[in-house]
Design a protein around this ligand. Structure first.
Ligand SMILES: Cc1cc2nc3c(=O)[nH]c(=O)nc-3n(C[C@H](O)[C@H](O)[C@H](O)COP(=O)(O)OP(=O)(O)OC[C@H]3O[C@@H](n4cnc5c(N)ncnc54)[C@H](O)[C@@H]3O)c2cc1C
Length: 182
């Protein structure tokens, strides 16, 4: 990892709070499935990133939303080393039965799609797996950040953009990254 961090006590734009600068290649705003997947895929390509999230880890890991994964997501999770728990705990569906006119009509996903199905595995479980993989790989996720604001040009012009946020404990953190994704 190329990330470097160093504590500084320079004046932040907000106050005289302590400020720490962190350099990374890609700053990612939001630890939802999109941000976490992006961080995971970048990591596999050897690109460092940092994820910031306003909510707590517990909140994003228990936030109930989608419950079903389509085949593309299942394949992506398998391909990128995230499939173990999904395979064990998820419920693969290869078809459904629609009943009308006194008869049952099976919609056979496998036959109609050349082997694609859906897997019941809730979004919050995917998020848990992504967070666990990210942390196991030594990646950074900052939860419960506040007052996120972006500044277009860093003082160090070799770095494209900066993002400033309240990291808690009287500390403002500034991420200097080549790219930000939100
Ligand atoms: C109630 C509900 C039910 C749903 N059901 C289904 C379903 O059945 N099937 C389906 O396919 N999809 C469903 N969806 C949609 C699915 O949940 C979304 O498509 C998915 O969450 C999008 O992922 P994301 O990572 O892009 O965004 P999100 O999951 O919204 O993640 C974005 C993250 O960014 C954080 N954030 C926002 N602003 C900032 C900031 N300034 N700084 C730092 N962090 C920030 C948020 O706290 C959040 O954690 C549902 C959505 C909802 C709300």
């Amino acid at each position: 990892m190329r990330r470097r961090s160093g504590a500084t006590c320079g004046a932040s734009p907000r106050s005289t709070r302590n400020r720490r600068d962190v350099r990374t290649q890609v700053g990612i705003v939001g630890a939802g499935p999109a941000g976490l997947f992006l961080a995971h895929l970048l990591q596999l390509r050897g690109i460092e990133s940092m994820v910031i999230e306003t909510r707590s880890r517990e909140y994003v890991e228990t936030r109930v939303r989608a419950g079903l994964l389509e085949q593309g997501t299942v394949d992506l999770m398998e391909r990128t080393g995230l499939g173990e728990r999904m395979r064990r705990e998820g419920l693969a569906h290869h078809g459904i039965a629609l009943r009308f006119g006194g008869r049952s009509h099976r919609i056979d996903f496998d036959a109609l799609t050349g082997g694609k199905g859906v897997t019941v595995y809730a979004q919050q479980e995917v998020v848990k797996d992504l967070i666990a993989a990210r942390l196991a790989a030594g990646g950074d996720i900052h939860f419960e950040v506040r007052d996120v604001s972006s500044v277009d040009v860093a003082e160090d012009r070799s770095i494209g953009k900066t993002m400033l946020f309240d990291a808690g404990h009287s500390l403002d953190e500034r991420i200097l990254a080549e790219q930000f994704v939100d």
